[in-house]
Design a protein around this ligand. Structure first.
Ligand SMILES: [Zn+2]
Length: 341
């Protein structure tokens, strides 16, 4: 089944993991950047993570190549525009794009300039296409707390209206939250929303810690809470949304295989979820593919997906006016979905 008719919302999508392979080759040639190959098939092979990696860390190695061509404003701007174009093509109406500005400073850009380049790409795409987008700025877990604070300051000083939230991304250690308490406190006090990658490569305790110690309102992945009832209850009681990315979760070994993915159990437990790609290129997926997968494996139907999108609007970091607009799009197309609000 083609799921293009459903208006979609995506809340967890990394910019550097969603670059068109053709664009990497074009930009490398244009800017004379050395990349391992200029052949499309070979580049795809290097970019797309295997169906099962050894670990999250192996999956994350796929980002080195796209980052090589994302070190100037023009390229970042173009890549952002193209991501929105790809999203529009599958009827995504609202998307939150995340990226780590500190990874875009090798060519002399400041973090603020990198953030502005993403915002410009979004503003341009919004003029051409029927889509809205916001930015989530990622701090990297492998860097120090001071580095995280620098990134949050850049997000604040950029004055970019599209920057709505701060995230912690990258490889996951047990107990990482303790390292970032001051940084996330700073982000919270600066008025940013907070979502944290947790319970992906390490255990459910990280999910609880991210909510308790880091002000997380949403959790990236969080699938490991399925192993502990108290963690499930804690997430539910605190009204936390899990940003679920099924294909990526299989690739990074966050779950054993798609059949054992807990998305359905989490929804049935009463925890709100969103359905996302994580990385369109690295995971070789799209929102439509993730929908198809859930429909095939868990027998989810149009109404199940619309419920997910209504929750996605509610827990999104969008302005109220955008939320109202998104609800009315769903209402217009699927009035029957509204009884689940
Ligand atoms: Zn992610």
């Amino acid at each position: 089944m083609d799921w293009n008719h459903i208006p979609k919302i995506e809340l967890h999508c990394h910019l550097d993991g969603s670059v068109r392979p053709e664009t990497i080759i074009e930009l490398a040639k244009k800017k004379e950047i050395k990349i391992p190959s200029y052949n499309l098939d070979e580049i795809k092979e290097k970019l797309i993570a295997p169906e099962e990696c050894d670990s999250l860390d192996e999956y994350l190695k796929r980002f080195d190549l796209p980052l090589k061509v994302m070190q100037d404003s023009e390229s970042i701007n173009r890549i952002t525009f193209e991501l929105l174009e790809d999203a529009v093509f599958e009827n995504v109406k609202y998307i939150e794009i995340r990226f780590a500005p500190v990874l875009h400073t090798n060519g002399g850009l400041s973090q603020e300039e990198a953030i502005k380049a993403v915002e410009e790409g979004i503003l341009k795409a919004e003029k051409y296409f029927n889509i809205e987008a916001n930015i989530i700025v990622c701090c990297m877990k492998h860097l120090s707390e001071d580095e995280a604070i620098k990134t949050i300051k850049a997000a604040k000083n950029s004055n970019c209206k599209k920057v709505k939230a701060i995230d912690l991304a990258g490889g996951e250690d047990e107990g990482f939250a303790d390292k970032f308490i001051n940084a996330m406190d700073y982000a919270y006090k600066a008025g940013f929303h907070i979502t944290i990658h947790a319970g992906e490569a390490a255990g459910w305790k990280n999910v609880i810690d991210s909510i308790k110690k880091l002000h997380a309102e949403r959790i990236g992945h969080g699938v490991r809470i399925i192993k502990n009832k108290d963690a499930m209850d804690y997430v539910k009681e605190n009204n936390i949304m899990l940003e679920i990315c099924p294909t990526s979760n299989v690739q990074t070994k966050a779950v054993e295989n798609i059949e054992s993915h807990p998305i359905k159990k989490i929804i049935d437990y009463g925890i709100p979820v969103s359905l996302n790609t994580d990385n369109r290129t690295v995971s070789n997926t799209s929102v439509g593919k993730e929908i198809s997968l859930c429909s095939e494996v868990f027998d989810m139907n149009t109404i199940d997906f619309l419920k997910i999108y209504l929750d996605s609007v509610k827990y999104s970091f969008a302005e109220e006016s955008t939320k109202e607009k998104l609800i009315s799009i769903i209402e217009k197309n699927y009035p029957e979905a509204l009884k689940y609000r």
